[in-house]
Ligand binder design. Structure first.
Ligand code: OFO
Length: 171
């Protein structure tokens, strides 16, 4: 059974994952409008992943005797200066998600909610992978040069080859 504090915090995280999904959707659409089809495909896939993260939490809250709340999601940024800025903002957002997950884990520990603590370990591992992925992408953008059109072409091809991680049905 969830304590009120944990239930509220899990619902906050539902909102954050929903926002993340829309953030990727917006980023994907911007790439689409710039002819970066590979990046767009990658980011659309990521939007789906984030929705899955949201739904996994949503189901957990109800299964654990709480009440999952459909989130009120604010609009994400719609435009980006260039691809480098886009991925920098994505990484920044993922770092904020990591912080939020870590706070949730701390809260569950404090509330002696071992079940939620255990459930959240999946997110801890997932955030590690996502941070790594977006750092790697940014390294590549920096290596190729963010404003060089040949560089953009290669980055677009690279990202077209990256499949959404693990497909991503949560374990
Ligand atoms: Fe990448 O944020 Fe979900 O967990």
């Amino acid at each position: 059974m969830l304590t009120k504090k944990v239930e509220t915090a899990l619902n906050k995280q539902v909102e954050m994952e929903g926002y993340a999904s829309n953030y990727y959707l917006s980023a994907a659409s911007w790439c689409d409008s710039k002819g970066l089809a590979g990046c767009a495909g990658f980011l659309y896939g990521h939007a789906d992943e984030e929705r899955m993260h949201m739904m996994k939490l949503f189901t957990y809250i109800n299964d654990a005797g709480g009440h999952a709340l459909a989130p009120n999601i604010k609009q994400p940024p719609l435009k980006f200066k260039n691809l480098k800025e886009l991925f920098e903002s994505v990484l920044e957002h993922e770092l904020a998600v990591t912080k939020s997950i870590n706070n949730l884990v701390d809260l569950c520990m404090g509330e002696k909610d071992h079940s939620s603590y255990n459930f959240l370990q999946w997110y801890v591992a997932e955030q590690h992978e996502e941070e790594k992925l977006f750092r790697t992408i940014l390294d590549k953008i920096n290596l190729l040069g963010p404003d060089d059109s040949r560089g953009l072409y290669w980055i677009d091809r690279e990202l077209a080859g990256i499949q959404p991680e693990s497909g991503s049905e949560p374990k």
